[in-house]
Design a protein around this ligand. Structure first.
Ligand SMILES: [Fe+2]
Length: 470
């Protein structure tokens, strides 16, 4: 008989950081439970899948070569396909057998001559492994370099650069502009006069329009931003870079950023209609990747973010540490209530449970008051539970199963839903006991399991995906 302690020590999330080489297509995954008949469409995800190239490993979880995964639902059945994103970075790695583009925390090995050449002609990676968006009829995989990659959702084949980004850095977390059905996103324009920018890209366009701009000397690392009906919300965490360092330091991208807690967290609000900005409104130093939601409450602006006490989480996510099972900083769901009139920012932690990779009922609640967020959490080790946060009642519920490690839970509203949480969650879960992954379908209200569909192999831990109705 195996004791609970022995089971826990044997099962680990280690396989989630193993590279996956195989590209497959499986019709009719084995399903246990029952899928809702209304669930028709595809969950498409991107994420790192290959961390070893030739003799070398990249350094960081975020550096792996992007793979697309698609789960398609029709008439109670699920099919699965996966394919590497055929980016320039991927093709170069495959053809040359070495890392050829600069990633988040990894640079190619370069001679001094090559380094000088690269300064004048930087090989920005197009390894779009963070998130994807559907803009009009286009599917676009994204990372934080200005090279969004369009792909075909049926074949998962890569089509090319989707649109121009008005800057050198951007986010993989655009927002929907409800009025135009276009995409709102952030860019940092680096140069002698560095600035933060926001741009709007209409559904069928490739040239965006800059709608707001603000000069900045040392831009902060920016992974996402908030949106209310009136404002674009920029949370400037004190993890900042001196722009020339990005070109001349010779260090990988993220290693040029410095943690300067004395700067605090500075919120800037940009009026979506005029581009005018107010702020900064200052709070204590925090770090974060993901805004959860924002909305206006009278004159106040409420901004919910998954935060960390500092930027140490970036260090925690280096592959060597993850593969060794080292502890990871825990994210808190925090509310920042900004009063533009008084200039004050009130801070409140909303739930006790940690939560990251947050999702909401976006179609109904983005920019607006809301009640529920779903994400993944843990009690100090790797993410091992799905968390439902009730930000009105300030409480949470969880789903977990021994030896299982779920990824971002994507909310899909049922067609006849009355309630905000009427729908399902779709999460790719690594089964650490068996070494493969399954797609988990939970009732989003109760977190009861409805069904699971088993994949023949493991799916490396990724970041984000979207559901496209079929
Ligand atoms: Fe993200």
């Amino acid at each position: 008989m195996t004791s609970a302690t022995e089971t826990r020590t044997r099962v680990s999330p280690r396989h989630g950081f193993d590279s996956l080489e195989d590209e497959t297509h499986v019709d009719g995954l084995p399903v246990t439970g029952e899928l809702p008949r209304w669930l028709q469409g595809s969950l498409i995800r991107t994420g790192p899948a290959k961390w070893e190239v030739g003799e070398r490993s990249v350094n960081h979880w975020f550096d792996g070569l992007a793979m697309l995964h698609r789960f398609s639902f029709a008439d109670g059945e699920v099919s699965y396909a996966n394919r590497f994103l055929e980016s320039r970075a991927y093709r170069a790695a495959k053809e040359r057998g070495e890392i050829s583009y600069s990633e988040f925390a990894t640079d190619p090995c370069r001679s001094l001559y090559q380094r000088v050449t690269a300064m004048f002609s930087p090989k920005l990676t197009d390894n779009a492994n963070v998130n994807l968006a559907k803009l009009g009829e286009r599917f676009i995989a994204m990372t934080e370099t200005p090279i969004p990659v369009q792909f075909d959702a049926e074949t998962l084949s890569t089509a090319g650069v989707a649109y121009d980004v008005p800057g050198q850095l951007t986010t993989a977390h655009p927002h929907l502009d409800r009025a135009t059905k276009g995409m709102l996103n952030y860019a940092a324009k680096l140069g002698p006069r560095t600035s933060y920018r926001f741009f709007l890209l209409p559904p069928d366009a490739s040239k965006p329009r800059v709608i707001a701009t603000k000069p900045v000397r040392q831009p902060a690392y920016m992974h996402s931003f908030g949106l209310t009906e009136r404002w674009l919300v920029l949370a400037e965490f004190p993890f900042v870079v001196n722009p020339p360092a990005l070109a001349f330091s010779g260090r990988p991208y993220i290693e040029n950023y410095r943690w300067k807690p004395e700067l605090g967290t500075r919120f800037h609000l940009f009026d979506r209609a005029t581009g005018d900005s107010v702020g900064p409104f200052e709070a204590d130093a925090r770090f974060g990747f993901h805004h959860v939601n924002s909305y206006e409450d009278g004159d106040d602006v409420v901004v919910d973010i998954c935060t960390f006490p500092d930027a140490g989480i970036v260090e925690d996510l280096y592959l060597e540490r993850l593969r060794a099972g080292k502890p990871i900083a825990q994210p808190n769901l925090e509310r920042f209530r900004i009063s533009p009139q008084s200039g004050m920012v009130e801070t409140e932690r909303l739930i006790d449970e940690s939560i990251e990779l947050p999702r909401i009922n976006y179609g109904r609640c983005n920019e607006r008051p809301y009640r529920y967020a779903w994400g993944v959490g843990s009690d100090g080790g790797w993410l091992d539970r799905i968390v439902k946060a009730d930000v009105v009642e300030r409480r949470s519920t969880t789903w977990r199963e021994d030896g299982c490690y779920p990824g971002e839970p994507v909310f899909v509203a049922s067609p006849d839903a009355q309630d905000e949480d009427g729908g399902v969650l779709l999460s790719v879960v690594l089964d650490g006991r068996k070494g493969n992954s399954f797609l988990l379908v939970l009732d989003a209200a109760s977190l009861d399991e409805l069904a699971r569909a088993e994949v023949p192999h493991h799916i490396p831990f990724g970041f984000h995906g979207q559901f496209a109705r079929g």
